[in-house]
Ligand binder design. Sequence first.
Ligand SMILES: CC[C@H](C(=O)O)C(=O)SCCNC(=O)CCNC(=O)[C@H](O)C(C)(C)COP(=O)(O)OP(=O)(O)OC[C@H]1O[C@@H](n2cnc3c(N)ncnc32)[C@H](O)[C@@H]1OP(=O)(O)O
Ligand SMILES: [Co+2]
Length: 133
Amino acid sequence: MRKIEHLGIAVKDLEAATQTYKALLGKSAYQTERVESEGVETVFFKTGESKIELLGATREDSPIAKYIKKRGEGIHHIAFDVEDIDAEIKRLKGEGFRLISDEPKLGADNKRIAFLHPKSSHGVLVELCQEAS
Ligand SMILES: CC[C@H](C(=O)O)C(=O)SCCNC(=O)CCNC(=O)[C@H](O)C(C)(C)COP(=O)(O)OP(=O)(O)OC[C@H]1O[C@@H](n2cnc3c(N)ncnc32)[C@H](O)[C@@H]1OP(=O)(O)O
Ligand SMILES: [Co+2]
């Protein structure tokens, strides 16, 4: 794990949250991206070496919609930047971590991503991110 790539924050109203974080961070978002495969719309802010990713649900069965229904708004996941996501998945499986899927998928912000189950990391949803070439 090279660094924290982003913190994912689940929000009910993406537009309102974007204005709030623009005021909080004193800067505008650098990117908004809809990822239908995940049922999310994302808004990214750069914060030094890492980022804030605001996540709104685009459909009822989105993981974000389910999360907010159960737990309300808040920090949803922590994403780490990795050099080689395939090697990292293999290493983590060897360490006994539970992967939600063994195969990376295309995420937002031009990344290949994979998730560990939160039960493997003491209740924190962990995302692995590798810059897609
Ligand atoms: C566009 C990509 C973007 C990017 O950065 O590129 C993203 O970050 S997309 C983010 C949204 N996508 C995902 O989160 C995909 C991975 N998540 C999942 O596969 C599910 O959400 C999963 C498996 C974590 C939970 O789904 P499930 O259907 O099992 O929901 P439950 O409510 O039954 O949860 C089971 C258990 O886990 C706890 N839980 C759920 N979500 C989280 C979370 N975000 N952080 C911590 N814990 C979580 C939940 O409370 C249940 O625990 P229990 O003790 O039984 O209550
Ligand atoms: Co993310």
